[in-house]
Design a protein around this ligand. Sequence first.
Ligand code: ASP
Length: 211
Amino acid sequence: MQAHIPPEKSARVVILGTGGTIAGRAGQASDNVGYTAAQLGVEQLVAAIPALAGQALEAEQVAQLDSKDMDFATWQCLAQCVAEHLARPEVAGVVVTHGTDTLEETAYFLQQVLAPAKPVVLTAAMRPATALQTDGPQNLLDAVALAREPGARGVLTVFAGAIHGAEQVRKVHSYKVEAFASAEGGQLGVVEEGRVRCFAAWPQGQALGLA
Ligand code: ASP
């Protein structure tokens, strides 16, 4: 398989950081579980991925928490922030870095209130940023590719190369890096070497709107 260069690297993507294991640090690189979540800023996560250098990206820290502590005020602030960026014509899509514990709840909430016509892609990691084989950078790279995918829409998650819709995504494992699956309706697609392969229709829906 050849490395794929995305056609529209100039399409602007906004990356919103909220914390989680993807931004976590452990004392030793061999430690995948004894870490503290939400230690690195979103700009540091982006800077750690050479493949993202020079791309049309913006990074903004919306929160910095372990997602087990997610609350209504943060959800409201995040939804507002996502909506504001999506309204900018030059923004192709938004990525949200998140913890895995409440990723499915945040995805469902954002889909219900925004039902966006552009892609909003949540991603996360099972291993901290300091791990020998951390999964965060690849997940973030895949999320940016999906946020730029022409025709993609709705709130999506990408994790270990698998794309799940906001209404189907479930956390199914507390240790493996393949920690998410889709319930009824199935996985929507995959991201392979920066290329999106879609198996099913992107999420549609009527936005309930923000209070
Ligand atoms: N407790 C962490 C969180 O949800 C776990 C993770 O990100 O995997 O923020």
